[in-house]
Ligand binder design. Sequence first.
Ligand code: SF4
Length: 572
Amino acid sequence: MEFIQKKTMDSAVEPFLTKAADGEISLAWDRYEGQLPECGFCETGLSCRDCLQGPCISHPFRDSNKAGVCGKDKDLLAIQSLLRLALKGTMVYLDQLSDLTRGVEAGKAKPKNKVKTDQILKEVRSLLSDGGVQAKKELPKPLMRRWGETGIIPEGIARDLFKASQKLEGGMADVEETLLWAFKSSLFGWMAYGLLRDLKKSFFGEYPPTKVEVNLGVLRRETPNLLLYGYVSPILKRKIAEEAKKKGVHVTGVCTDPLIPPFSFPQVTNYGSQEIPLMTGAVDLIVAGDHLVNPSIANIAREWEVPVVSTAEVLKKEKDLGRFARQIVERAGKSFNFRQNIPRDIPEARDYAMMGFSPEQIDARKVGSALNKGQIKGIVILSGSNNVKYTQDQEIVTMVQEFLKNDILCISKGEASVTLAKYGLLNPVWRERDCGKGLLECLSSLGKEIPSIVDFGDGGVLDLLFDLAKTGKKEPKDYPIVACFPEANRSSEVSEALWTVAMGVPAYFWPSLPVTGSLKAMEALTKFCHEKFGARLNVITEKKIDARTKANLVLKALRGEEGIVLGGKPWK
Ligand code: SF4
């Protein structure tokens, strides 16, 4: 049987792997090993089960089944695998926006800025019917022209996403047309993400960059620990935090937004080790959403006698969020008393991170001037969570260390920020340790409390790039900027990679997207995208390259030197 050589580089997580093995508790890594070898058809995008005549595959060596029953050949199977992921990923952002919009419209709390909130709600409605009028007005003209020529300007959720989904049902769309539908769909994800950020700010109020504690050491021994897992409605989160403050319950999070003004939620760990907090014995109650939450949490929680409350289930029955929050907090307190005889094994590991920067704090003109003077050699946007196919955190941390040494300004968001924060990379105290001389000068010019990596937790990275382009009278595609997804996992990350490329920013995505079974699909992501958007979505098929080599590949691309674009051999 195949096995993973090293599961994590997080020294706080490692001792719990032995503890789990001793207790015969199966963790994500064990289940991954149990799945090996993975299905090659699914991995390369050469399978389909869009209808009940299937499942179908395109076999590389058997002439009798090169195409599915309906006639989808390997190129169509591969590119449709990408479209399927893009559609699903876009739904993540739309679901979160719809959730907050419904909470705001239902008057579950009072908005900080009523006028602005009403304007944003109007824009949300416009997303459904005509594809976000305001967002389109604010985009750079050359970008809109390019999107117009390729036919990917969003025209409305009802029209575009329904149509895009029909490409999986049949029809005559070829590889390039299908890919353009994947782009068009993903742009709705980008718009929803932006509106979610704006709505959060107008509803809860603006907030400055904030210190957020990270890693397992944030759990408390003498206080009930209530953990929020995944996406939980921001309004509910704030109500839980308010109740918890009154009752002395400590609220922390895993894979959840750390900042809901006026509260911040310490991050216990990141995606890959989300089962580990339970192994400490110090978790008293979990409130779980859907996105980014592994279903395995329910079983492990049972082993440790931890109640898990699913927000979706409870909110179906309880409409009063304040009452629900009170019940949850009381239950956490009772669970703490009940679990008194369970030992609490909490590691010391704890750091803090400055999180929540936005284009308001990072002056695009200063970034542009640092690029012009050669103080910084480029910008890398880091995104993505963890993937069990890699030693947890190793790829992203190693790559970032290389970027920082080479004077690359690194901007991270979401789960990538939490991962990097565990290693002190978002703590301004460690800036001198990590960065090259030019980058240090650039960061100092941007402000005193700017860490080696700048977290744009709520997004807004592209707004910074648009500001940069505007002040420099260029386009984002004319700057040395790339996006990196070193340990990608979720469909929302696929959608994000696509919208980034549509903006003219090349993306590097690991592991390979399920398109490698088709040379035509791979070429569409590189050559065709470069022609249409001035940026490629680089899918590197070579599996045996280490993180340092990957970093060098990206550095070469930033210097404008020809790097490996398609590595390895696609499965012909
Ligand atoms: S849609 Fe076509 S390729 Fe997919 S399962 Fe049905 S017949 Fe097979």
